[in-house]
Design a protein around this ligand. Structure first.
Ligand SMILES: Cc1ncc(COP(=O)(O)O)c(C=O)c1O
Length: 463
């Protein structure tokens, strides 16, 4: 029988990140100001260190991973590639299902791949404190973990609903020395304004980002910066180590071709990390179906327009060209907190515009059913975000059975769900529901994009 765990030795860890911006047939429209003019890197300087801003705008295909980062990544990388043989057997599918297990990192997800890199570059630049937001708490705990290793202070604004649903994530952040407050909070002007207008709001990533940026730019010491766990080009870049390792591991497993690549997408980083090296192959002629998945309750990719929009609710960021539901959209309180974001990484958005990747959306209850099937066949408890990828894997594996095709399916197992048991409990006791968004609600926040500049949705027409 073939191996079900494929390891890569430490000496074979990738030493460069892959930058899709170098190969996209049509460039991502640049970030612009409200006047529609492209912003200069200096505009971002109070928010990010210049070494990361340089990475953000780089068009170099391969970027060296500094040795200091690799040394920390060795704590859990290379991550295993696993074969989901028991799910295959249950589904009676001829497909071979592989998954990159990112749940093995100390905080339990893919997020520390960029947290460590960002903390390292900030430290190199002389920064002493990082401020961030977190949805499900995975990103906040990953940055807390990285800051602790690199000797930086860390403060996290955690979206209110997750703060209440996942209290143990707060403990993880505290253990690694970070401060964690619920957002909206009374610590910022924007937080106080939102609390006054909507005292019972579950919060959103857009609001939490605004609070974190507000506090960062108010600090005039020059030693504090903001850090984002997804969406931006440099975050996607740091995550490509996942797909680059997976390629080497599939080769070891004897697979010559991958047919389907799947990842869930909140801001887009775990999906991008696994898939971009395969998008590169697709650009060069490979026949691969590449699918990002999202909740129907926050259908950014499948229902949102491609538009210029702010990354945060208080309109402090530059305008980014992306699929978006509008920066005022507050998603329903689904348990997949990391997928409750109104926008999507501009570089992933451009890959959708090009037709290189094909998004799908799923309801919460179907995703919990998939998570339970996964736990009862394969064993592990997945994060609610990850269950959106597993649902698509099951769909594709059943399709392969119906077509009688021996496909190779690869997906990103973005995190474990051991801090998410309250959601499982609610599902098992029948308390969870699907959310059907009132059309008017989405139309309202999307309508607010009307006054903003419009990007041209340019594509090469090859896919
Ligand atoms: C386990 C897990 N998967 C996926 C995501 C979605 O984020 P991204 O799209 O940036 O990978 C999150 C975000 O918090 C997460 O915690």
């Amino acid at each position: 029988m073939d191996d079900i765990k494929i390891f890569l030795s430490e000496k074979d860890i990738p030493r460069k990140w892959y930058n899709l911006a170098a190969d996209l047939p049509t460039a991502v429209p640049p970030p612009v100001g409200p006047d529609g003019k492209p912003i200069t890197p200096e505009v971002l300087a109070p928010i990010f260190p210049m070494n990361l801003i340089e990475q953000e705008v780089s068009l170099k295909r391969w970027i060296d991973i500094p040795e200091g980062i690799i040394e920390i990544l060795y704590r859990w990388r290379p991550s295993p590639l696993r074969r989901a043989r028991y799910l295959e057997k249950y589904l009676k599918t001829p497909a071979r299902i592989y998954y990159k297990d990112e749940s093995m990192s100390p905080p339990g997800s893919h997020k520390p791949n960029t947290a460590v890199a960002q903390a390292w570059y900030n430290k190199e630049f002389g920064i002493k404190k990082l401020i961030t937001e977190t949805g499900a708490g995975q990103w906040g705990s990953a940055l807390a973990f990285a800051c602790n290793l690199l000797g930086l202070e860390c403060k996290v604004y955690m979206v209110r609903i997750s703060f209440d649903q996942k209290p143990l994530r707060k403990s993880m952040m505290k253990i690694w020395g970070a401060e964690c407050v619920a957002s909206p909070s009374d610590e910022t002007e924007f937080g106080r304004k939102i609390l006054k207008e909507m005292p019972d709001t579950p919060g959103s990533l857009g609001i939490a980002i605004s609070e974190a940026i507000e506090e960062t730019v108010k600090d005039t010491s020059g030693k504090t910066r903001y850090s984002l766990g997804s969406v931006l080009n440099h975050v996607m870049l740091h995550q490509t180590i996942i797909g680059l390792e997976a390629k080497k591991q599939l080769e070891i497993a004897g697979e010559k071709k991958v047919d389907v690549v799947i990842g869930c997408a909140g801001g887009g980083s775990n999906f991008a990390g696994l898939s971009f090296p395969f998008v590169h192959d697709k650009i060069n002629g490979a026949d691969i179906t590449i699918i990002p998945t999202e909740p129907t309750a926050c259908p950014t990719m499948t229902k949102g327009p491609f538009a210029y929009d702010y990354g945060d609710s208080a309109c402090q960021t530059p305008l980014l060209a992306m699929y978006t539901l509008g920066h005022t959209f507050v998603p329903p309180p689904i348990h997949a907190g990391g997928l409750r974001y109104h926008g999507l990484a501009p570089i992933v958005s451009q890959a959708i515009v090009e037709g290189l990747i094909e998004p799908r959306s799923y309801h919460q209850l179907q995703c919990y059913e998939s998570a339970i099937l996964w736990a009862r066949t394969e064993g592990p408890l997945c994060a609610p975000e990850t269950s959106h990828a597993i649902t698509c894997v099951i769909e594709e594996a059943v399709k392969a059975r119906e077509e009688g095709k021996e496909k190779v399916i690869l997906f990103n197992y973005s995190g474990h769900g051991l801090m998410d048991l309250a959601g499982y409990e609610k599902f098992l006791s029948g308390e969870l529901t699907d959310y059907h968004l009132p059309e008017g609600e989405m139309a309202k926040s999307i309508g607010e994009l009307d006054g903003l500049p419009r990007p041209a949705a340019k594509k090469s027409g090859k896919w």
